[in-house]
Design a binder for this molecule. Structure first.
Ligand SMILES: [Zn+2]
Length: 438
């Protein structure tokens, strides 16, 4: 009899173990309000029910399932995990080009992983890498280890490198001709080299292509008011990437560069500092997304930390207000604006990335539209809006809780108290819990 009893117990245990839903973790997230990323209203008296990796229902507080684990987050607002559509996780020095020259790809990968974990804890559940200062493919290796479950980290997409002309924003332009270095960007000149560069990017895991269509503000020896690539080079880039279903993001400051890139068919314009009325009309016509990355220039203005300090300062002191007005105009005209911080490598405190929301509000977006820019609109840009970017049934549970009401005080986004990615609790500061030790 004891044997039979043992056998019965074993069968019962096996049946319970194999039943798919028996051990499904179900949480009820309870806060003062919910911003779902889609609606214009702050939802009240609702609990978000998460089962395994997904949101399974949003219910009245009186209808919380009895077996759900309650997570009480009083004094907070729930919202979708933030999406940073423009970041360079491997950069570890304010003057990133000198940093690039001083360290190996492996060193950058280790620092970058640590940085990405900090960003996740700061509420950034998804990050689009817009190329990085790296000879190899450290971001792609980091993404692989996150996908394999070796490390916890944010959802990653993006380009390994930014593709630049010789002497452009992705080149090192302050060494003598005798010095041979591998630049932070991927240097390509002419349609053939650009095609080859794009094929190589895709071969090693880039799911975006990033091209430096004009000069840059933060690099040395090039001019953001000049267009780098010719129309033929631009067309070749779009044609090559499109054949492999890979979208292209264009770094572009000069008006002509913005407009040529939009006409050529890029999916997003990054920065767009000198956009004009025609640029706005073209972006509306071509449904091009716009990632202005405003705050990074504020952060570095008059900082003395950059080799190219004066270029950045000249623009921010003389032109910032005009630019912000144009961003507001673009928004009102229907251009889809997404949040990108372009700031949070290891040298900068992770929470500072969220200051981009305040600058978008300064440009004329409502607080709710700014939050959508960093959630549902970002997800659309990434073409992941069927999975992330909003708190809706069947979406992946990438959810954060921020103190108070961010529609009243947007700086709340700088200090989330609770972060969940894919249904996994990453941090809950109200219970002093963190899944990541650093
Ligand atoms: Zn950037």
């Amino acid at each position: 009899m004891p044997r039979l009893k043992a056998l019965c117990t074993l069968v019962i245990v096996l049946v319970i173990s194999l039943s798919p839903n028996t051990y499904a973790e179900q949480y009820a997230l309870i806060s003062d309000g919910v911003i779902d990323g889609i609606s214009n209203d702050l939802l009240k008296n609702k609990a978000v029910i998460v089962t395994d990796s997904k949101v399974t229902s949003i219910v009245d507080l009186t209808k919380i399932p009895n077996d759900a684990i309650r997570i009480d987050l009083p004094g907070t607002t729930l919202m979708p995990g933030m999406i940073n559509a423009h970041e360079h996780p491997l950069l570890y020095k304010d003057d990133y080009q000198s940093g690039h020259l001083q360290s190996s790809s492996a060193y950058k990968a280790l620092l970058g992983l640590s940085n990405l974990q900090r960003l996740l804890k700061a509420g950034w559940t998804t990050i689009r890498v817009m190329g990085d200062g790296d000879v190899y493919y450290a971001n792609q290796d980091i993404r692989r280890t996150i996908d394999e479950g070796v490390f916890i980290g944010p959802r990653l997409t993006g380009a390994a490198h930014y593709i630049s002309i010789t002497g452009g924003g992705g080149d090192i332009n302050y060494f003598s001709p005798e010095q041979q270095v591998i630049a932070d960007g991927l240097i390509a000149d002419g349609p053939d080299e650009i095609r080859k560069a794009i094929r190589k990017e895709i071969k090693y895991g880039s799911d975006w292509i990033k091209i430096m269509v004009t000069g840059a503000f933060m690099s040395v020896g090039d001019d953001p008011r000049n267009v780098a690539f010719s129309p033929e080079e631009l067309s070749a880039a779009i044609e090559e990437a499109s054949r492999q279903n890979i979208p292209v993001a264009a770094h572009a400051h000069a008006t002509a560069g913005i407009n040529q890139a939009v006409i050529a068919g890029v999916r997003s314009i990054e920065h767009g500092s000198y956009l004009d009325e025609e640029s706005i009309a073209l972006m509306v016509e071509h449904q091009t997304y716009y990632v202005p990355t405003i705050y990074v220039g504020d952060y570095y203005a008059n900082s003395g930390k950059l080799l190219a300090q004066s270029k950045n300062d000249d623009f921010y002191l003389s032109f910032r207000d005009d630019w912000l007005q144009m961003i507001g105009k673009a928004h009102r005209a229907g251009v889809k604006i997404a949040v990108g911080s372009d700031l949070c490598g290891s040298a900068v405190e992770s929470h500072a990335c969220a200051r981009e929301f305040a600058t978008l509000i300064e440009a004329g977006l409502s607080p709710m539209d700014a939050i959508k820019a960093g959630t549902s609109v970002g997800a659309e840009l990434l073409q992941w809006d069927d999975q992330i970017g909003s708190i809706e049934v069947d979406k992946l549970a990438d959810i954060i809780a921020v103190p108070g009401n961010p529609l009243v005080d947007i700086s709340a986004l700088e200090k989330p108290v609770f972060v969940m990615k894919n249904g996994q609790i990453i941090v809950n500061t109200l219970e002093s819990y963190s899944a990541i030790s650093n």
